[in-house]
Write a new protein. Sequence first.
Length: 510
Amino acid sequence: IVHYYHREDDHKSLSNDRTLSSILDPDYPDSILWIGTERGLERMDMRNGTFEHFTTDRGLPNNVVYGVLSDARKNLWLSTNRGLCLFNPRTFETRNFTKQDGLQHNEFNERAYLKAKDGTLFFGGVGGLTWFDPKDFYQHHESSRIVINGIQIDNRDISFSRIADTEESTFHLDQPMEYTSSITLRHFHRMVTIEFATLDLTKPAGNQYRYQLEEFNLDWIESGTQHHATYTNLPPGEYTFKVQGKNSENVWNREGATLNIIVLPPWWATLWFKGFVLAAVISLLYGFYRYRMRQKEHVQALRNRISRDLHDEIGSTLSSISLFGTVAQKRLSTENPGVADMLTKINESSTRVMESINDIVWAVNADNDKMEHVINRMRAFTSEISDASGWRIRYEHDPGLTDIPIDMVQRRNVYLIFKEAVNNAVKYSKGSHLLIQLRREYTDMILSIKDDGVGFDREPADVLNTLGGNGLRNMRIRANELNGELEIVTEPGIGTEIQLKWKAKFHPSL
């Protein structure tokens, strides 16, 4: 003997310990047992001792099931405290009967049920005895037509009108609702109520309905005798409302009725407005891009013009001064040595100014905004230094650096730091070899100038201030303008290495 009880912690246990009736399943008598309890109908799987519960939530008229009988079609008849229920144990569909359908009373009694040999079913209740032949309820009945016969917008009844409302917030029908297949709502229509009816006037209060709004409801909504459906704040989109009705003969109209509902988005959420905004943003970005390009072209043209003016006006004037000074020096060198010395200084000063002007012209020219031009100018400068001083200079750079962009400020500071470092090495290091390297490490550019001279002590301030005019101080200032780092590696007797590191503006493809 196995005992089964209700357990709160097990939803597959018996729903209530007070059982009122039971019957073996007509199709599976060896494995399924149906049990009437005070909390509904139980389907027991005798193979594993689990229970499935059927209550009013699943179509029963009441949860107190007094009697359970089967008929010739292997369906179950249940007597409850609110009428009889015809229950299909295969599909779990229900059909309920009340006093309005001819019962002696809606309330039945415990242990008052019987199936006769001829199939007649007897149920006893408060009002007496009810009996019937179940086959009478399986005669073929036709479904009744269902129609959508009304609509409310924001709790206002909408009726057919041939004249459209002029107010933007109102809504009208071009034809009666029964013949309307589609409606279009605006975004400010917050609530819509759809009314429907089954055209069966035998017992209209007992007609039942279920409905679904495709793209919004995943399943059918069983509304019982309620013959309207309400939706609020539907998102913009297209929907199909479907409704089915069951008449007094308990026959569903499977075809049902449909209504297409279109909810328009507000103007700021429409595709054309989004496209307009996108086009406007693209136009603004393109306009800004064109403006920046024009500004860049203007700046480049201005730089080129300044470069030409410096070269043509100031450069030619300084060249004339230097030439006239050289001629005057030759003529006065024997007659007045003091004047000749002054002219020598004038010539040297004008030559230095010409070199500086030449560097400025090169830096300003927009055509030189690539590392290739920096590398070429460094090579030209070291070649001149090597020829004039006899130093052996080796220049190395990583392949692929020539196309890296470098702006005017970076180019000028890098070149002048290089030039200052080379001049200091040649003038003060007392060496004979110079190694110049230019390489790339990730996003950093590194310039290294290393000599084999005597080196120096970096601590005394007078040394730092005397090397190359303003010496290393100018180089540090230019490194700061580059947002870079200047490192000096030197000790007496081992030579000097000056290393400059700065961030380069690489092209994405590099």
